[in-house]
Write a protein that binds this ligand. Structure first.
Ligand SMILES: CC(C)(COP(=O)(O)OP(=O)(O)OC[C@H]1O[C@@H](n2cnc3c(N)ncnc32)[C@H](O)[C@@H]1OP(=O)(O)O)[C@@H](O)C(=O)NCCC(=O)NCCS
Length: 167
């Protein structure tokens, strides 16, 4: 059975494994290492999931037959009223191409809408054109591209989805 769940603290380590595996496929592809990008979830230390949840953020996951196969965080922007941000979306490599990623994005949209958001924002590695194409297929629009930040070895694109109110 497939369900979307709120992740309780006792399962944060299971999510950490998913994040390590999920981002572990992207890190080598884009030249990320624990030394040059320690903030990437591929390199998160134990305790980091709890720290992000405490910012605060909602952590939710796709659970299949009792096992977490993907997860993501969503939270209101601190600086932009009406905007929420989806972060650290990951699906285990062996569980990809079954729609779990899309289901997690839909859940993030739903949670942001429930929180009063008009816009859902994400930041992605700009060089990851496969990922941006996927988000575009899901309705996101690139609002700025190629941003460089001090200390990051990649550029960042920001994408946004306009959230429609449900009647
Ligand atoms: C992006 C990601 C969450 C998609 O998960 P998923 O469960 O495979 O998503 P869906 O089944 O709904 O959609 C699959 C599509 O995702 C896209 N995709 C983007 N990056 C991908 C990747 N690294 N591997 C596989 N598919 C990827 C492809 O277009 C794929 O389409 P296809 O099945 O026709 O090849 C997953 O690939 C992942 O965890 N990637 C690594 C972490 C990452 O980049 N997260 C985004 C951070 S903003």
């Amino acid at each position: 059975m497939t369900t979307i769940i709120d992740v309780p603290p006792e399962r944060y380590d299971e999510c950490l494994e998913v994040l390590h595996a999920g981002f572990g496929t992207e890190a080598p592809e884009f030249g990320l290492t624990a030394a040059n990008t320690p903030t990437n979830p591929a390199f998160w230390a134990p305790g980091e999931v709890a720290r992000v949840v405490a910012r605060p953020a909602q952590l939710f996951a796709v659970e299949v037959d009792g096992r977490i196969l993907g997860c993501a965080f969503v939270s209101p922007s601190r600086s932009e009223p009406g905007t929420w941000t989806l972060r650290h979306l990951a699906v285990r490599p062996e569980a990809r191409h079954r729609g779990y990623g899309e289901a997690l994005v839909a859940e993030g949209v739903s949670r942001a809408r429930d929180g009063g958001a008009l816009t859902l924002r994400i930041g992605i590695i700009g060089e990851n054109t496969r990922l941006s194409s996927w988000y575009h297929r899901l309705g996101f629009v690139t609002v700025d591209a190629g941003q460089r930040y001090p200390g990051l070895v990649f550029s960042v694109d920001h994408l946004e989805l306009a959230i429609e109110a449900v009647a």
